[in-house]
Design a protein around this ligand. Structure first.
Ligand SMILES: CCCCCCCC/C=C\CCCCCCCCCCCCCC(=O)SCCNC(=O)CCNC(=O)[C@H](O)C(C)(C)COP(=O)(O)OP(=O)(O)OC[C@H]1O[C@@H](n2cnc3c(N)ncnc32)[C@H](O)[C@@H]1OP(=O)(O)O
Ligand SMILES: Cc1cc2nc3c(=O)[nH]c(=O)nc-3n(C[C@H](O)[C@H](O)[C@H](O)COP(=O)(O)OP(=O)(O)OC[C@H]3O[C@@H](n4cnc5c(N)ncnc54)[C@H](O)[C@@H]3O)c2cc1C
Length: 692
């Protein structure tokens, strides 16, 4: 890349150098970073990760050095090139799906093919018959056809039952006719639709024999495979500039009585019979919503990675950035020189950043558990057993909502913790934050999804017989019986360190969730409160329940397990006392900081007293002290390479200032000739001049 300004090469940052500061931090760690990285990823995934990183870093098409200076059209073209390149590399190196996912994660840019991979393929895989998979899935895996997922409409997104696009069965020709009856039925937002896709999953109301069977998925070819023009009867366009996600062409689409073969209705679960139009019900009505459950589970896992990334940038930068001299405890170099204090040493900065490290670990572990639960569901459902679905839907909905909310808030907190440089694109936060933001909206708006979780729990509580039955089976609501059976219990904490006891933490979280649930049920059942009037409480229930799950899963991960049930990752963790010690501090911080942020609910239930809440704060401060020497090592353990971070502030080597000035010198604005004379007319075109 061209440098437009020559920077005098003899200048270096004042001592101590960033690399020296980070090296000092790393030397303070009480555990082996490589060991923790292995415990997070496992040796197989880590070696794949390293192998793929090497390939991507050295590929000129996947070079990221230019992207901070690009406008939308240029960025979109770059994203298309990089999407194509990953597919070519996947073919050359024979990557499997997991390796493909690692590459996409490292290249880190949504693109025109992203929804093809994240929604189009999984929908056919999850909802298509074997014959349909042969016809659509195989060419789609080879990227011979490119698809998108068109569910949301201009007038409806959250309310899937309210979708207006129709798909009417025509027995005479054995076809469906897809139609957009109103402007509000225009498909809107589908990623990849605007300029790229030639096929789409279209969610449309199935009408057969005059009966409306509600939304179902159909495969529709939307563009000509040779000319790439929209097919007759179909109008398509890009929806225009967005808050972020501008590397993807989100599109709109209108249908004017477009015919598709009956074969194109994805029919693994429900079918329409040839000629008679008879409708065969699915074994569970909501199976056509299956892709959403899958993507929500991925969003939970991704929230952990997003937090790890934000924490890595801000913690490393805070170790390098120095402001003021802390007179009571000055930073002294080995040569005796007193220098400004690293901002990471200010307790306020620690209080802002260390909980983000803790959130990243907590959500990472729950993400793994949910991914496994999803796999278990897929396994069982392939044998016709859908019993896990209701619980999986409830927990993925609430956790998707909670974890993406946490991530969005914390990414912004981390950005702000980097001061002015956090506002520069070179921080690595700008596009990262903008592109992360829609996770709170897509795949179900976060407020709407909490209603799904709370309703499942409230129903369970209302049908108490079924509740006790379900609570034995359900991995997510078993705690409630224990606390509901004895509502006058009190928290046993008598000194701050008692808060470190996992049993105490679980009891506090469990009691608060159970209390909120019981109160809401009382309002609904005995005071006849409407659902709408209870929405704020309902949101609280889902959050309380999901916070319980996060704390519970973190504690579970750290508890000794029988060696049989342990995989390689857990074995590494459990065989290393130093890892367990540091992660226990992280787990405590997560549990206690989250408690403090929601303190009013814990106090209100009467379980925790104001005196205990004072002790809670003392213990949080103690946990921050425990984490301080390990802060940089804890983020290093996430193993997020510079190639992914693309951040001047979060570089592994700490060369923050050298990179800032080098990247600034490449700003193209520095290279253009400008006429700054306010009276010059050169700026105006002749046609404009004629009008003034
Ligand atoms: C080698 C190379 C090959 C390449 C291979 C590449 C591989 C890469 C593979 C994977 C990569 C994955 C990467 C993923 C990345 C993630 C990025 C994501 C990008 C996402 C982009 C965005 C896309 C979208 O946004 S699509 C649109 C999403 N829209 C929504 O989410 C709408 C939200 N609304 C709803 O879901 C529903 O309307 C509702 C749930 C709010 C309400 O539904 P409803 O009205 O129909 O129902 P009720 O509330 O009345 O409930 C009735 C009953 O049903 C239960 N229910 C509801 N939903 C579900 C469900 N989904 N599952 C199960 N059960 C459900 C509900 O609980 C009720 O139950 P009762 O018992 O109470 O009756
Ligand atoms: C970047 C991006 C990419 C997307 N990609 C795709 C895609 O590929 N395919 C696709 O089909 N869709 C896609 N979407 C659409 C997305 O799934 C929807 O925007 C999302 O589901 C929210 O629906 P909505 O826009 O209708 O919001 P609305 O439901 O209109 O929400 C507006 C507000 O009303 C509130 N609200 C609505 N109903 C209730 C209620 N019952 N109770 C309480 N509050 C309520 C919500 O909380 C929200 O605050 C994408 C969206 C974005 C932003």
């Amino acid at each position: 890349m061209t440098s437009y300004i020559k920077i005098p090469s003899h200048l270096t940052p004042s001592d101590p150098q960033g690399s020296e500061l980070l090296a000092r931090e790393r030397s303070k760690a009480t555990f082996d970073v490589n060991e923790l990285t292995l415990a997070l990823y496992g040796s197989e995934e880590l070696s794949r990760f390293k192998k793929i990183l090497k390939i991507l870093e050295s590929d000129p098409i996947l070079d990221k050095s230019n992207i901070y200076y690009m406008g939308r059209t240029e960025l979109f073209k770059y994203a298309l090139r990089k999407d194509k390149r990953i597919i070519q590399l996947a073919a050359t190196h024979k990557w499997n799906v997991d390796e493909f996912k690692i590459a996409s994660r490292l290249v880190d840019m949504s693109g025109p093919y992203s929804i093809h991979q994240s929604m189009f393929l999984p929908t056919i895989l999850g909802q298509g018959t074997e014959e349909q998979k042969r016809k659509f899935l195989n060419p789609a895996i080879r990227h011979e056809i490119i698809g998108c997922y068109a569910q949301t409409e201009l007038g409806h997104g959250s309310n899937v039952q309210g979708l207006e696009t129709t798909s009417t069965y025509i027995p005479e020709t054995d076809e469906f006719e897809i139609h957009t009856p109103h402007l509000t039925a225009a498909k809107w937002w589908a990623g990849g639709l605007g300029r790229t896709a030639n096929h789409s999953v279209v969610m449309a109301r199935l009408i057969t024999n005059g009966q409306d069977k509600g939304p179902h998925p159909f495969i529709v070819q939307i563009r000509d495979l040779t000319t790439h023009e929209p097919l007759p009867g179909i109008t398509i366009g890009d929806i225009g500039p967005k808050f972020g996600f501008n590397t993807t062409d989100n599109g709109f689409m209108l249908f004017d009585h477009v015919r598709i073969p009956r074969f194109n209705m994805l029919s693994k679960f429900s079918k329409v019979t040839k000629g008679t139009g008879e409708y065969k019900n699915p074994p569970n009505e909501k199976l056509s919503y299956g892709t959403m459950v899958f993507v929500r589970s991925v969003i939970i896992f991704n929230a952990g990675l997003a937090l790890a990334r934000a924490a890595t940038i801000s913690v490393r930068y805070s170790a390098v950035r120095r402001q003021f001299v802390d007179k009571e405890n000055p930073m002294i170099l080995p040569n005796g020189q007193v220098v400004e204090t690293a901002v990471l040493d200010y307790t306020m900065q620690q209080y802002r950043l260390f909980p983000v490290i803790a959130q990243a670990y907590a959500i990472y572990f729950t993400g793994e558990i949910i991914t496994n639960l999803y796999k278990q569901y897929i396994d069982q459902s392939s044998r016709g057993d859908f019993s896990l679905l209701a619980d999986l839907h409830a927990s993925t909905s609430g956790l998707k909502s909670l974890t993406s909310d946490i991530a969005v808030d914390s990414i912004e907190d981390c950005r702000r913790s980097c001061g002015g440089h956090g506002y520069s694109n070179f921080s690595g936060f700008t596009r990262f934050y903008q592109d992360y933001l829609p996770n709170t909206t897509w795949e179900g708006d976060n407020y709407i999804l909490t209603q799904q979780t709370a309703r499942y729990i409230i129903h369970s509580k209302q049908q108490s017989e079924e509740f006790s039955l379900r609570s034995n089976e359900s991995p997510t609501i078993f705690y409630m019986l224990r606390y509901l059976s004895n509502p006058s219990q009190k928290c046993t904490v008598i000194s701050p360190s008692d808060f470190k006891n996992p049993e105490v933490q679980l009891a506090i979280y469990g009691y608060r969730a159970a209390y909120l649930i019981a109160r809401a049920v009382d309002q609904i059942d005995n005071h006849k409160k409407s659902w709408n009037s209870m929405l704020v409480e309902i949101n609280r229930i889902s959050r309380a329940h999901c916070q319980y799950i996060l704390v519970h899963n973190f504690i579970l991960t750290l508890q000794p397990q029988t060696s049989d049930s342990m995989n390689e990752k857990r074995r590494i963790l459990h065989n290393s006392p130093s890892l367990k010690t540091v992660l226990t501090s992280v787990c405590n911080l997560f549990a206690l900081h989250t408690m403090e942020k929601n303190l009013s609910e814990f106090l209100e239930s009467g379980y925790l007293s104001p005196k205990q809440s004072e002790m809670l704060r003392v213990q949080i401060s103690e946990s921050l002290n425990e984490i301080r020497p390990n802060a940089v090592a804890l983020v290093d353990a996430f193993y997020l390479p510079d190639y992914l971070l693309n951040s001047a502030l979060g570089r592994y080597d700490g060369k923050v200032y050298e990179t800032m000035i080098e990247w600034a010198s490449k700003e193209p604005l520095n290279g253009i000739t400008l006429d700054i004379n306010p009276y010059s007319e050169k700026l105006f075109r002749n046609d404009v001049k004629a009008k003034i």
